[in-house]
Design a protein around this ligand. Structure first.
Ligand SMILES: Nc1ncnc2c1ncn2[C@@H]1O[C@H](COP(=O)(O)OP(=O)(O)O)[C@@H](O)[C@H]1O
Ligand SMILES: Cc1cn([C@H]2C[C@H](O)[C@@H](COP(=O)(O)O)O2)c(=O)[nH]c1=O
Length: 243
């Protein structure tokens, strides 16, 4: 372990000190806001990020789905949808790594808006695989140990969660329209299960720790109305506040 005075440089990451909770923290980015856009599959997260990417002084990070579809020639996302019991751990281990990589990468602007988080990968998707009986207990235990080690030892600050709250039916329609090959077999029931986990986490707050205040935006509207909502909420989002 590094002592607080030691510095370890690992490319994009300079870990130099510990927080008051004893976690490794990055230096120099204390004043930068991190906003995570959360929501069901095809709820409109990427579209929302595209809209805000036109604002100056915001860095936008979309989910690294292309990596999940192609790691050294393999497609863990596709494999997971074909056989979740066999490949769920493979996909979720890789997603956890790539999300951690995004959280720890240097922020190039005063504010970062990113799609989902290491938290939703675990609290929504791993949880869903496990609860639906598609992830073996041992796989869930190993992923949970990894997640707990990461979140207990590394500071992963999030200032605001913007929850795009949409009905599973809307997401199902949009998902069919988007037509990602791997997702063609997703039934409405899958989106309903993901929706319920999101609601328990971010609205009822009865399942897992919520790492930041939550701003809820209803996302069933057409694109024009969504833009109006984004404008109505612009100030809150850009100041990292839900009030
Ligand atoms: N408000 C909206 N009304 C209609 N279609 C939308 C809306 N927002 C996004 N879409 C479309 O729905 C699909 C999923 O949107 P996307 O932004 O990729 O969702 P996510 O990133 O949450 O998975 C895309 O085809 C997108 O063009
Ligand atoms: C974070 C996360 C995502 N997935 C799957 C769900 C979707 O098929 C894609 C992400 O697409 P979206 O349109 O951005 O929602 O990846 C998963 O299976 N596990 C996860 O942890």
């Amino acid at each position: 372990m590094l002592s607080p005075s030691e510095t370890k440089k690992s490319g994009y990451l300079t870990m130099q000190s510990y927080s008051s909770q004893g976690k490794l923290v990055r230096n120099g980015e204390k004043n930068k806001l991190v906003i995570c856009i959360e929501g069901n599959i095809a709820s409109g997260k990427t579209t929302c990020l595209e809209y805000f990417s036109k604002t100056s002084n915001i860095e936008v990070l979309t989910e690294p789905v292309s990596k999940w579809r192609n790691v050294r020639g393999h497609n863990p996302l596709g494999l997971m949808y074909q056989d979740p019991t066999r490949w769920g751990i493979t996909l979720q281990t890789y997603i956890q790594l790539t999300m951690l990589d995004q959280h720890l990468s240097t922020i190039s602007a005063p504010m970062r808006m990113m799609e989902r988080s290491i938290y939703s990968a675990k609290y929504i998707f791993v949880e869903n695989l496990y609860r639906s009986g598609k992830m073996p207990e041992v796989d869930f235990a190993v992923l949970s140990e990894w997640f707990e080690w990461i979140t207990q030892n590394i500071a992963i600050p999030v200032d605001l969660i913007v929850y795009l709250q949409s009905s599973p039916q809307t997401c199902h329609e949009r998902l069919k329209e988007r037509c990602r090959e791997e997702e063609k077999i997703i039934p409405l029931e899958y989106l309903e299960a993901i929706h319920q986990l999101y609601e328990d986490w971010l609205i009822k707050k009865t399942s897992f720790n919520v790492p930041a205040p939550v701003l809820v935006i209803s996302a069933d509207d057409d694109l024009q109305k969504m833009i109006l909502q984004y404008e109505e909420n612009r100030e809150k989002i850009l100041s990292g506040s839900n009030v």
